[in-house]
Design a protein around this ligand. Structure first.
Ligand code: NAD
Length: 292
């Protein structure tokens, strides 16, 4: 099966390489030539542009930063020249409305569309253990499933197009709030003179355990593999966490649900990303609470 993969960044490159490793014929494109070279080295093909990559694909995957990037790539002109019944699978985290509009555009051109944002980080992408939150017609999801299952350990269907993004907004709002909770707990532990390693050990073996704590322990030291112990190199960039928390606020407004903790997390991450923290891992938000 011919698969195109647009966006070979922190997540897209390991996802595309996983597909190559499981027997899919992958043609990729990224604006960064270095990323394209890394895919080629891993056995994928590279195209000179997004449209060239997509034109002969049965399934076209996108893994781009924001809604505007996805709308740029999946535009009216490009959708007009694709093979008939191409299945578009957008794994980027974008707003619900854009996902619904892209699904309608795809339908007008005779293509399928599934929004399938992910959780699990770059390590999950490399290991093929991501969790996908999918929205789309059951037939389209059935076509996407073998590809998603090659890259992930879980594929959860939430309903019509856009509902994968709705689930992702709720999920990442939870992650942003949790990150601030972990930060404050470690800052207080520090203030009270507790050892970070011992406190980490307590939390991961007790009720305060979470994926954020375990994989993104926000203070340098206790988790040697975590971005915090590696000068906060992403990982999941703070600018992307700020974007996701903003999307969650838009979603909350659209249904009139108050999310005061989510709003505070959105405010804090937006402020941090607008300064010099945007390209650091989101866990660097700890620096705004306590000096490290
Ligand atoms: P990234 O910034 O590392 O990668 C995005 C890539 O898209 C870059 O390589 C960029 O050059 C490329 N790109 C941008 N515009 C393009 C275009 N028009 N054509 C081709 N390539 C283009 O971002 P990421 O961390 O890989 O995240 C991608 C998406 O996945 C985001 O929506 C993010 O919110 C989501 N996400 C990220 C993580 C994570 O841990 N990093 C986890 C879950 C979800």
């Amino acid at each position: 099966m011919q698969v195109s993969f647009i966006g070979l960044g922190t997540m897209g490159l390991p996802m595309a390489i996983t597909l190559v490793g499981t027997g899919f014929q992958v043609t990729g494109f990224d604006l960064d030539p270095g990323a394209c070279q890394r895919l080629e080295k891993a056995g994928g093909k590279v195209a000179a542009g997004a449209e060239e990559a997509m034109v002969s694909a049965d399934i076209s995957v996108s893994m781009l930063p924001e809604g505007r990037h996805v709308r740029d790539v999946l535009n009216e002109t490009t959708l007009g020249v694709l093979k008939s019944s191409t299945l578009l699978v957008d794994c980027s985290t974008i707003d619900v409305t854009s996902a619904q509009e892209l699904a309608a555009l795809a339908t007008r051109h005779g293509h399928g569309f599934v929004d399938a944002p992910v959780s699990g980080g770059a390590e999950g992408a490399a290991a093929g253990t991501l969790a996908f939150m999918a929205g789309g017609a059951p037939d389209d999801l059935a076509r996407a499933r073998p590809l998603l299952e090659a890259m992930g350990a879980k594929v959860l269907h939430f309903g019509a197009a856009g509902s994968g993004q709705a689930a992702k907004a709720c999920h990442n709002m939870n992650c942003g709030i949790t990150a601030l909770g972990v930060c404050e707990a470690f800052a207080l532990a520090d203030g009270l003179g507790l050892d970070h390693g011992a406190f980490f050990d307590l939390c991961r073996n007790a009720a305060a355990q979470s994926w954020i704590l375990e994989n993104r322990c926000l203070v340098p030291g206790p988790a040697p593999e975590a971005p915090a112990s590696n000068r906060y190199a992403p990982g999941f960039a703070a600018r992307l966490m700020a974007k996701d928390l903003g999307l969650a606020q838009d979603a909350a407004q659209s249904c009139g649900q108050a999310t005061p903790f989510g709003a505070e997390a959105a405010r804090r991450f937006a402020e941090f990303a607008a300064g010099d923290g945007g390209d650091l891992d989101f866990s660097a938000i700890y620096r705004t609470i306590r000096e490290v």
